[in-house]
Design a protein. Structure first.
Length: 267
């Protein structure tokens, strides 16, 4: 499975929070309130691919309380960082686990499974198996910030479309879960859950990146160029030209990258 550095996760967290659809997040919290176990006031959220706890921080800012957070990630360093930041403030259970071993995920008693910027890395087979297990337990799903394949840059560059097509091809590469759905993940997840009887709500959650996001944009541009540097039909000189143009316009340009948030509630 792919892993990400703490530095990159910190860079993107502000843009992620701004992009996250707040009305859908509030629906998550409202549903958790209605789903309270009368024996215990605590709600259980299992956050898959939890990283350093960005979903925890986002929902806490929006009013989440009395939550038992089960943070699940393969990268122990990210989980250690989550505990360092929040271990004395919240009820946190950390699980270092391979997400692809779905039968061993800690889902007992879970009210909702959350994931941020994860499902576009996964395959149809992964979603099928995971949702079968969630449906058997009538567990809700909150999947935020799933990439939809759209990117718009200002000012424009002649190679923007070619770079985007190459990047979207790379997004379908196996990230450890099987061939990734990439931009098709939200539609596939929606269809799969609706077929199981869930009520699914979608909301757009695009990144809106401007000069204030220059450090993140610099990393993003560099990462895109590296991802499409081999076997995608772009020459080294083309990529250098695109990358240098983009970096030259960090202070006066902007970028919109499409994502979707999804909430699926069992009927």
């Amino acid at each position: 499975m792919s892993s990400f550095s703490i530095a990159w996760l910190d860079l993107r967290e502000g843009a992620d929070f701004d992009a996250r659809d707040k009305t859908l997040a509030v629906q998550v919290l409202d549903w958790l309130g209605q789903a309270t176990d009368p024996i215990s006031p605590d709600r259980i959220i299992v956050d898959l691919g939890a990283g350093t706890g960005s979903t925890l921080r986002a929902l806490t800012k929006l009013g989440a309380n009395n939550i038992v957070w089960r943070l699940v990630d393969l990268d122990g360093k990210l989980l250690d960082e989550a505990l360092r930041r929040h271990g004395k403030q919240y009820l946190i259970e950390d699980y270092q686990a391979d997400l692809t071993i779905i039968g061993e995920l800690p889902l007992t008693g879970t009210h909702i499974v959350s994931a941020s910027a994860l499902f576009d890395l996964t395959s149809a087979a992964f979603i099928d198996t995971l949702t079968d297990r969630l449906d058997a337990r009538k567990t809700a799903v909150y999947a935020a910030l799933n990439y939809d394949g759209t990117t718009t840059w200002t000012p424009a560059h002649p190679l923007d479309e070619k770079v985007l097509l190459a990047f979207n091809q790379d997004q379908r590469r196996d990230k450890g879960f099987g061939p990734a759905l990439g931009p098709e993940c939200t539609a596939y997840l929606q269809k799969t859950l609706e077929n199981k009887g869930y009520k699914v709500t979608l909301k757009p959650s695009p990144w809106q990146l401007t000069a204030k996001d220059q450090p993140m944009l610099n990393e993003l541009i560099t990462g895109i160029a590296a991802a499409v540097s081999d076997n995608y039909g772009l020459t080294a000189s083309e990529l250098d030209d695109w990358k240098n143009f983009r970096i030259a316009h960090l202070a006066d340009g902007n970028c919109t990258i499409g994502h979707w948030d999804l909430l699926a509630l069992p009927r």
